[in-house]
Design a binder for this molecule. Structure first.
Ligand code: MLT
Ligand code: MN
Length: 308
């Protein structure tokens, strides 16, 4: 399996349009230790020709152009993107679907809750259901993703519920009843298997539970929620009023952080992804990045390619 990191940043990207932080300023100035990053997504392939996209980032058009394997090869219209799987309905996971209009077939997979969100937002009808079938991802069931011709991509995929919350833009209608770490299927994790290699996708995750530790154990490649270094980071940066917990994101550091939760597990490579622009670990010359690497973790970067 070949895996491409299309985007390593959390919602907003790096630099973010309205952020004038030191880190964003460095990214804009071309500082090599502050490399710009687009919003979170990866692509995976077995045959090198047909790709499964994990999430459709608002930056998808730019990501396709930046990654030659995703360029169309057959005139007049075609795409190596054969299937797309959505793991939640946040803007940074679904807005890129709007880039995939124009009538080229692929198969869209998502959990029941995310499909319901697409159903109630008619702008997504621009991705014609007659050409792009929407398939419900069952939970805890292995399936073989297919292209629109019904040919298997040669991968196996299993989705599972992860502690998290409904999308930010639906919080208003949920009000006081909002739970930020429920495991009800608003946020999914994925296992993707090709041959004997297994990838685990946990890019949005409020808490690492004992069950998730068992899921992670022994995988070859782990993508882990790297939104924040510490829970109160956005507040300290003056960039927002919410903690990571409130936003449905486990932090990297601290006794309850993601590093502490998975450090002892046998895993091939551990990459943080969905990194917020306030997270100091985004900066290659930060003390936080050095600590993370010392503990056996990596930070994903746009354009990173991994062969499993
Ligand atoms: C998140 O991951 O918390 C969301 O992307 C927030 C947002 O939609 O801005
Ligand atoms: Mn996000």
């Amino acid at each position: 399996m070949r895996v491409l990191v299309l985007g390593a940043a959390a919602g907003g990207g790096f630099p973010q349009w309205n952020a004038a932080s030191e880190a964003c300023r460095r990214a804009r100035a071309g500082d090599p230790a502050a490399r710009p990053a687009t919003q979170c997504s990866i692509a995976a392939t077995v045959d090198g020709e047909r790709w499964l996209l994990v999430n459709a980032s608002p930056d998808l058009r730019q990501q396709i152009e930046a990654n030659p394997p995703l360029h169309p090869k057959v005139a007049p219209r075609s795409s190596p993107i054969a299937a797309v799987v959505l793991t939640n309905a946040d803007v940074d996971a679904i807005a890129g679907l709007l880039h995939l209009r124009e009538g080229t077939p692929f198969v869209l997979y998502a959990g029941e809750r995310t499909l319901a969100v697409l159903d109630r937002n008619p702008i997504f009808e621009v991705v014609d259901r007659g050409i792009v079938p929407r398939r419900k991802l069952p939970l805890e069931v292995w399936l073989e993703p297919e292209d629109a011709d019904g040919r298997s991509l040669g991968l196996r995929l299993r989705a599972f519920p992860v502690p998290g919350k409904p999308p930010l833009w639906l919080e208003g209608e949920i009000g006081e009843a909002l739970v930020t770490d429920a495991e009800e299927g608003d946020v999914l994790g994925l296992e993707i298997v090709a041959g004997r290699k297994r990838l685990v996708w946990l890019a949005n995750c409020a808490r690492i539970t004992p069950a998730l530790r068992e899921r992670i154990r022994g995988c070859d490649l782990l993508f882990l929620d790297g939104t924040l270094w510490r829970d109160d980071e956005m507040i300290l940066a003056g960039a927002g009023s919410k903690t990571g917990r409130r936003m449905g994101h486990v932090s990297m550091a601290g006794p309850e952080g993601a590093m502490a939760a998975v450090a002892d597990l046998p895993v091939g490579r551990r990459l943080f992804i969905h990194i917020n622009n306030t997270n100091p670990a985004l900066l290659a010359d930060s003390a936080e990045r050095a600590e993370l690497e010392r503990r056996g973790f990596e930070v994903a970067a746009d354009g990173m390619e991994i062969e499993l």
